[in-house]
Design a protein around this ligand. Structure first.
Ligand SMILES: Nc1ncnc2c1ncn2[C@@H]1O[C@H](COP(=O)(O)OP(=O)(O)OP(=O)(O)O)[C@@H](O)[C@H]1O
Ligand SMILES: [Mg+2]
Length: 452
């Protein structure tokens, strides 16, 4: 018997059934309390939290339906399973509407019971976790839609707040899909410039020549096709921020014009003669190594130094896997709201696969993945089978424990425990074995390190 697997209350006035069901569950390793009638059960329920309550529907005195209502009111996370004769199946279906998890017909099929309780416990634990994740999402784990509790992302929040208040050029580095645009927006919206425009220009999307006219505008007749005078982004963004995405793709001549604006805070429209003064802050982003581009002379060194005054490096998702459950939670909630669906979460096993996948497309890939699963799977709990094949396959590899030099032994231990738990799909007994420590020690450490 262990509390670890779950505490179950079985209620039936039919002694034979009560005995059979209770002893089966005991043999499966659950801690089981049996109650011969509903009155005894209510007393127990007032004192103790049960993971699962399995109750007969029809009993003299307090009925299964009353038990169900009591449990749902007092302890909504507790899963209730009903046992019923064929004659009363209809009332069992009725009870499902009141929040019962499922029902079994008598005589109870023991292997069905075992599977059902296993799932019920998993779901119950997940619901508790979901509540915890939601609480976390409400507090310090998200900042301007940037979600995460990892050290890496917390450092990003801090830098965003710091640079937002000081009006400095910022260079954001990060692989595709790591949230560069999200961070740029957060900086603007936390800065005193928030009421002024934020203008986004993707330098990779525009052909050479067009970028200059986009940035600085042009005078009528400046080039073929310039039929009228046009203001550029620097004029339009005056007082605000320009986000230059994929700045590594900007050509050298635009780079030198940009540098001049950054230094002198003034420029001329293409084909113009009048200098225009502006007050604009620049945030630039890139996923190429600008230092290398400087060495290869495709990026101006002076502009590079001018931009990198403050650099924000966004970590790839595979380096902050602990944020994955929280991100999934947030995406599920968001898509539920958007599409009026009621997906509750992902199963433990599926989560473990999702955490082991390396996510080359980072958060964008994770977001799209969750969205498409929710569209196709169409059920409450996303299971392993609902995941795309490439994610299931990769997950067969054993996860590595990755650490950077310069961390304490405590961090090493925390990471080892965290990764091992992911590896064992959350099974603590297995994890303790792999780590070669006692189960009780593991529990204590999970508590100390605040791991779930
Ligand atoms: N920390 C985060 N929390 C929640 N959502 C995020 C986070 N980071 C990124 N996203 C989401 O992931 C998607 C990609 O983010 P974003 O467009 O900012 O990435 P990017 O680095 O600019 O990518 P690319 O280099 O491909 O342009 C967006 O839908 C964004 O909302
Ligand atoms: Mg982007």
């Amino acid at each position: 018997m262990s509390l670890e697997k779950g505490l179950i209350l079985v209620i039936d006035s039919h002694e034979g059934n009560l005995e059979t069901v209770s002893s089966l569950l005991q043999n499966e390793g659950y801690e089981v309390v049996s109650a011969r009638n509903g009155r005894i059960a209510l007393d127990l329920l007032k004192q103790t939290f049960f993971n699962v309550v399995i109750t007969a529907l029809k009993m003299p005195g307090v009925s299964g339906m009353e038990i169900l209502k009591f449990v749902k009111e007092q302890s909504p996370e507790t899963v209730v399973v009903l046992m019923t004769g064929y004659a009363t199946v209809e009332s069992a279906v009725e009870a499902m509407k009141e929040g019962a998890y499922d029902y079994l017909t008598k005589p109870v099929n023991l292997s069905k019971l075992s599977v059902l309780v296993g799932r019920a416990i998993e779901q119950q634990q997940m619901v508790v976790e979901v509540e915890e994740l939601r609480r976390k999402l409400d507090t310090r784990t998200s900042f301007q839609n940037i979600i995460g509790t990892s050290k890496e992302i917390q450092r990003v929040y801090e830098t965003v707040l710091r640079v937002a208040s000081i009006n400095s050029t910022v260079l954001i580095y990060g692989e595709s899909g790591t949230g560069k645009e999200l961070v740029a927006r957060a900086i603007h919206h936390n800065s005193p410039r928030r009421d002024k425009p934020l203008i986004i220009l993707n330098c990779a999307a525009l052909p050479e020549g067009v970028i200059e006219s986009e940035l600085f505008g042009h005078e009528k007749g400046a080039f073929t096709g310039a039929f009228s005078t046009k203001k550029g982004m620097f004029e339009l963004a005056n007082g605000g921020t320009i986000f230059l995405d994929e700045i590594g793709e900007m050509n050298l001549s635009t780079q030198s014009r940009l540098l001049r604006v950054l230094e002198e805070k003034e420029f001329m429209r293409v084909g113009g003669t009048k200098t225009i003064k502006v007050d604009v802050n620049i945030i630039a982003a890139t996923n190429v190594d600008l230092e290398k581009a400087v060495a290869e002379k495709t990026f101006r060194k002076d502009l590079y130094y001018r931009l990198k005054v403050i650099t924000i490096k966004l970590p790839p998702l595979r380096e902050r896997k602990e944020d994955i459950p929280l991100l999934i939670r947030a995406f599920i909630d968001a898509f539920n709201r958007e599409n009026h669906t009621k997906v509750q979460g992902v199963s433990r096993e599926a989560l473990s696969k999702l955490q082991n996948y390396p996510w080359p497309g980072n958060i964008r890939e994770l977001k799209h993945c969750i969205e498409s699963i929710m569209v196709t799977a169409n059920r409450k709990i996303i299971e392993v089978n609902d995941l795309p094949a490439h994610i299931i396959q990769v997950a067969h590899q054993e996860p590595e424990i990755r650490l950077k030099a310069g961390v304490s032994m405590t961090e090493v231990e925390k990471e080892a425990i965290r990764q091992t738990l992911i590896y064992t799909g959350g099974n603590k007994t297995k994890a303790a074995k792999v780590l070669n420590i006692g189960l009780r020690t593991l529990h204590q450490k999970i508590k100390d390190y605040n791991l779930r």
